[in-house]
Design a binder for this molecule. Structure first.
Ligand code: ADP
Length: 485
């Protein structure tokens, strides 16, 4: 029986899973690593931690000597590393996707009227989230970096590129189309790095990785005296789209990890919705490009981590379920989920989080329930926008760490008033990376069958409560935004 190795490099942990040809996980290893927050709105990681946790988890799953056909990599997108072409050493920590340090530059670019050109070329809104301004920040702020870049001595990569460069025999400088599409430097119409945008951000093209389809050849993983071909690379959210078998027009998945990302497959159509949703590359497989619409929510599972680590409301994320009121009643307490600003559809970097409506009677269950509801309401913001633009939400496929929480999943179904399906394997991201490498090895897409574990049906009795509660939450957000200059 043939096996496939999936490497899933996420925001909170690195993971390696061996899947068999039936897409069942055979062995799994996961290792968390720490992020650091050196300044307000800054989020960084040590590249060595990322590399070492990936190496350790891969070694752990390879020691069982299951023969491996090929490897697929999926990774947190946008997070930016710049390293030396001569030594391979990063010149600065990884700037994580959540980092907002370049918001002033983004504001200036918007004020100078670049929004439309960026949107038309990349499908994105101008925001610190994407790699372009992060690369520029490194070149402008790390001593000597600009000269090295101009001399062709620096390489840029998202995490996939850095892993490929650091862990393969060939030391190729590659990325795939999905990761490239999140840099704000990649033209999704002609699928090439865009010269105008590279000039705008003053980034030499010599720094940029070679872009391949998701099912391309990325080199040979060289670890523990084993050689495994890397045949698939796909950004984490797009990997979940593949892992959830969302291959048809209009298929929708929503992933609840550190952030939450809802994606709709629009096949060969580049659809632009004006109101804060992104257009992006879904995947390129078997020489065909499928595009997607994406709603990106920054704060999701990290809210639960905050409730656990800073508020000390519970010891484990799974214990949060005990404090979550299944009926959604938070006694009028509402949570503004904006530790690092708000993503879709608000795109506001200046706003920060808060609770509103606390009274003498409020307790931890109200605060926790309000926090969970804010995640559902952010999803509703996006599904409402899609519906407004005639994209019908018939059902939703969900995955990600938070979906282990059944009360949360039912709350989400009640608030959205749609059926929600959860796959047997909620690690859709790793599964997607495995599927991409299997497709590269000849697996027909039509042969894929997702095993569904659970279906949540909405409770219609709660419609009117959530309608008015959602309006109160929305009012709180809009009122707060209006007070920010
Ligand atoms: P990522 O891929 O972004 O690292 P994961 O998909 O692994 O994230 O999900 C991890 C997140 O899920 C964490 O932020 C954690 O707080 C949250 N989480 C895990 N289990 C639960 C649970 N039972 N209830 C609520 N949140 C949970």
């Amino acid at each position: 029986m043939s096996n496939f190795l999936a490497i899933d490099q996420g925001t909170t942990s690195s993971r390696a899973i061996v899947f068999n040809s039936q897409l069942s996980a055979v062995v799994d290893s996961q290792k968390e690593y720490k992020l650091s927050y050196p300044n307000d709105g800054w989020v960084e990681a040590d590249p060595a931690d990322i590399l070492n946790t990936v190496k350790e988890t891969v070694s752990n799953v390879l020691k069982y000597d299951n023969p491996i056909n090929a490897c697929g990599i999926t990774n947190q997108r946008e997070s930016t590393i710049v390293w030396s072409r001569e030594t391979g050493e990063p010149i600065y920590p990884v700037i994580i996707w959540q980092d907002r340090r370049t918001h002033q530059l983004c504001k200036e670019l918007k004020e100078s009227g670049y929004e439309k050109i960026v949107r038309d070329k990349t499908g994105l809104v101008i925001d610190p989230y994407f790699s372009a301004t992060k690369i520029k920040w490194i070149l402008d702020n790390v001593s000597g970096a600009r000269d090295l870049a101009d001399d062709g001595k620096l390489m840029f990569g998202t995490i996939d590129s850095f892993l490929i460069y650091s862990m393969t025999k060939e030391k190729g400088h590659y990325t795939d189309v999905t990761n490239a599409s999140r840099t704000m430097l990649f033209n999704i119409n002609n699928m090439e790095w865009d010269k105008d945008l590279l000039d705008l951000f003053n980034i030499p093209i010599s720094m940029m990785p070679h872009v391949q389809p998701c099912d391309g050849n990325f080199g040979t993983l060289d670890i523990d005296s084993k050689s495994i071909s890397i045949k698939g690379v796909v950004g984490d959210q797009q990997a979940a789209l593949v892992g959830q078998n969302c291959f048809n027009y209009g298929d929708i998945k929503s992933t609840y990890g550190t952030g939450c990302f809802l994606m709709v497959n629009t096949k060969e159509n580049i659809i632009t919705l004006e109101e804060g949703l992104l257009t992006t590359v879904g995947y390129q497989l078997n020489n065909e490009v499928s595009y997607a619409i994406e709603g990106s929510i920054y704060s999701c599972g990290n809210i639960i981590q905050w409730l656990r680590d800073k508020m000390k409301f519970f010891d484990n994320a799974k214990d949060s379920e005990v404090f979550l009121n299944g009926d959604g009643n938070s006694k009028n307490v509402h949570f503004l989920p904006a530790f690092n600003g708000l993503g879709a559809p608000y795109w506001n970097s200046d706003i920060r989080g808060g609770f509103y409506g606390i009274t003498q009677d409020s307790d931890n269950t109200d605060l926790i329930t309000a926090a969970f509801k804010s995640i559902c309401y952010q999803t509703k913001d996006i599904t409402d926008l899609l519906e407004k633009n005639n994209i019908k939400i018939n059902s939703l496929f969900i995955d990600g760490g938070m979906t282990a929480n059944k009360t949360f999943c039912q709350l989400l179904s009640n608030i959205l008033q749609v059926n929600i399906s959860m796959p047997e394997n909620i690690e859709s991201t790793a599964l997607g990376a495995c599927i991409v490498s299997q497709i590269a090895e000849g697996l027909p897409i039509d042969d894929l069958k997702l095993k569904l574990e659970r279906l949540y049906r909405p409770d219609t009795a709660s419609i009117s409560f959530y309608e008015s509660d959602y309006l109160l939450w929305k009012e709180y957000i809009e009122r707060t935004i209006s007070t920010i200059k």
